[in-house]
Each structure stands twice: as structure tokens, then as C-alpha cells.
Design a binder for this molecule. Structure first.
Ligand SMILES: [Zn+2]
Length: 101
């Protein structure tokens, strides 16, 4: 930890290269499921990590793509932990949600 990792935008849904990010927008289903999820593929273990979710504890993403707080890979056996910036982020500022409301 100590560097600022730059994640690149995934080319499409099949692009699962480590070090890429992608955004998924879910539509309203039933009562209320509309939301935005942002994922990143861990540069170390290659597995998918949730970075931001409209419904649940997550990270904030600034308009310039800077993620806060730092990304800690949640997968067992991986100790990836870096400050992360999402290159090509054009989706504005997303606040953190604590999932309590
Ligand atoms: Zn990992």
C-alpha cells in the first residue's frame, strides 16, 4: 500500500482483466431495486470486487474517479490494499451509503 493504483475502464462486459473497472446499472424491479454497482477486478488475485453499491456499504467515488476509502480486496488469501482511481470515470460523484437506511 502507498501507491495510487489506476484502474482502466473495461472494454465491454466480457472484459475481466485484472485492474479494470465496470459499472452496472440495475433497473427497477418490483418495488425498488434501481441502483448502480461499480466493480473492479483485483490486480493481484483477478477476482471481482464490489467498489460501490447504491444499496449497501460501499466506497464513494468522486467525479474525477478517485475512490474513497482505499480498496481492500475482500477475497480470502489476497492482501491487495491500495488507493484507487478509476480512469475514464464519467458518471459523476457517487456518495457512500452505509446500508442502514
Ligand atoms: Zn484480490
Amino acid at each position: 500500500m502507498g501507491t495510487n493504483a489506476i484502474f482502466v475502464k473495461a472494454v465491454d462486459k466480457s472484459d475481466q482483466r485484472p485492474g479494470t473497472w465496470h459499472r452496472v446499472q440495475t433497473v427497477q424491479v418490483g418495488t425498488h431495486l434501481e441502483g448502480i454497482n461499480v466493480y473492479a477486478y483485483c490486480p493481484d488475485c483477478g477476482r471481482r470486487c464490489g467498489l460501490h453499491s447504491t444499496h449497501g456499504r460501499s466506497h464513494a467515488i468522486r467525479g474525477d474517479g478517485v475512490v474513497h476509502p482505499s480498496m481492500i480486496c475482500p477475497h480470502a488469501g489476497c492482501d491487495y490494499h491500495e488507493f484507487v482511481t478509476l480512469d475514464g470515470w464519467t458518471h459523476g460523484s457517487l456518495p457512500m451509503h452505509d446500508g442502514e437506511t
